[in-house]
Design a protein around this ligand. Structure first.
Ligand code: FAD
Length: 376
């Protein structure tokens, strides 16, 4: 595959965040053309074989937190599934594939971005180095998600455990666990959903969490979370204190989680003190035998391709700032032509959701275009 040698904007990633940005760059392009500017050259580079980003790897029972109408990217409503149920991952993948075609987004796949080399003067083009050659880009937006960087915590004994260990990243449904004794580690949505998913197939499911699980109220779904996040953004922009989504709880009570909880089968124990060769032990002396440990312990932003840039970091992620008039802190604080989109709170409240990425994507597009149009 040939890549363009020079572009105005290179987007690293081709998932939902990258597509939302592509949509707003298309809109900005039309506006600029009316003012006599030439077309914008934009390329999206994605390591996957096909459209869908992280949704390509979801397990069969995974359903969206919200109805289709509240899970849409800008410009195009997600259709409701024909049977009226909550959309599954295949439905999202089909929607994203249609979206990128509809807006004629130039996504090149599979292309792995390996490295970025910034201009010496900090203003010139950035060299985007890939496994298919190099691209010089006047602006680079990182929209690589978190799915490619699963987080494995350190629990004593992890190396001694003789059974299978896997991360949410590699969980593809309960069938492979028939008759197995499984420890599911993690108190977030993946942990609750995987524990509920395994009940009835695995021989035993032990769900363990660092803190007692914090369920959101049963009537709270992605719509409410988005409204809370929106209110928090507005309040912070007005200089007021605001409770974010995290204050409500961690676990959305999707139907399979609610059913398992209401049957009294979904309960969490504290983390074990250590893993042993054949199981886990707790500080009170009790232990269980295990065949498998599933680490539902979250993800970190997939930013390995930035390791050569020596960006200032805070809490493990590059330091970002909100350009004037924007609510999202999505531009690299060192002034280089580098933006971040879709990783969650540190670069835009609710930006890691389908409905929530629209606002930060619009702000990134506006700031990128302002950068391209600025003299010098
Ligand atoms: P991704 O979808 O991960 O896309 C990033 C793309 O960039 C990928 O294709 C990746 O392979 C590619 N990439 C990464 N690094 C490179 C590189 N170096 N070079 C080239 N390409 C690269 N969200 C909702 O809105 N509603 C829900 O109901 C919902 N439920 C969820 C349930 C679970 C259990 C989980 C784990 C997540 C859920 N999410 C939900 C969140 C959602 O799945 C993700 O936040 C979303 O996929 C993020 O989109 P993205 O485009 O930022 O990243």
């Amino acid at each position: 595959m040939n890549l363009p040698s020079h572009v105005d904007v290179c987007v690293v990633g081709g998932g939902q965040s990258a597509l939302a940005l592509g949509y707003y760059l298309r809109r900005a392009e039309r506006e600029r053309q009316r003012r006599g500017h030439p077309p914008l050259s934009v390329v999206l580079l994605d390591r996957r074989d096909g459209p869908g980003g992280a949704w390509l790897d979801a397990w069969p029972s995974l359903r969206l937190f919200s109805p289709a109408g509240y899970s849409s990217l800008p410009g195009r409503l997600m259709p409701t599934p024909a049977d009226g149920t909550a959309p599954d991952a295949a439905h999202v993948v089909a929607y994203l594939a249609d979206y990128e075609q509809r807006y004629d987004l130039d996504v090149r796949r599979p292309v792995v971005v390996e490295d970025l080399v910034g201009a010496e003067d900090g203003r010139g083009p950035t060299e985007v180095r890939t496994d298919h050659g190099h691209v010089q880009a006047r602006a680079v937006v990182n929209a690589t998600g978190t799915w490619d960087r699963p987080f494995w915590p350190r629990l004593p004994g992890i190396e001694q455990f003789a059974g299978r260990q896997l991360h949410t990243h590699d969980y593809r449904g309960p069938d492979a666990f028939a008759g197995k004794r499984v420890l599911v580690v993690g108190g977030g949505n993946s942990g609750a959903q995987i524990a509920a998913d395994l009940l009835g197939t695995a021989q035993a499911v032990h769900w363990v969490t660092r803190e007692p699980p914090r369920y959101l109220p049963d009537d709270v779904d992605g719509r409410v979370l988005f409204e809370v996040a929106t209110r928090a953004v507005r309040a912070r922009a007005a200089g007021e204190q605001a409770e974010g989504v995290g204050s409500l709880g961690d676990i959305v009570v999707v139907p399979p989680v609610r059913a398992a909880r209401d049957r009294g089968e979904l309960h969490a124990d504290p983390l074990p003190e250590r893993l042993t060769r054949h199981g886990a032990t707790w500080s009170d002396g009790h232990s269980v035998d295990l065949d498998v440990v599933v680490w539902a312990t979250g993800f970190r932003p997939a930013l390995g391709h930035l390791r050569g840039l020596d960006l200032p970091r805070r809490r493990g992620v590059p330091v970002t700032v909100a350009p004037e008039g924007a609510t999202s802190e999505m531009r690299s604080a060192d002034g280089s032509p580098l933006w971040f989109l879709g990783y969650g709170d540190w670069c835009g409240a609710a930006s890691a959701t389908l409905i929530g990425v629209g606002r930060p994507a619009k702000e990134v597009a506006a700031d990128v275009v302002a950068h391209l149009d600025s003299p010098g």
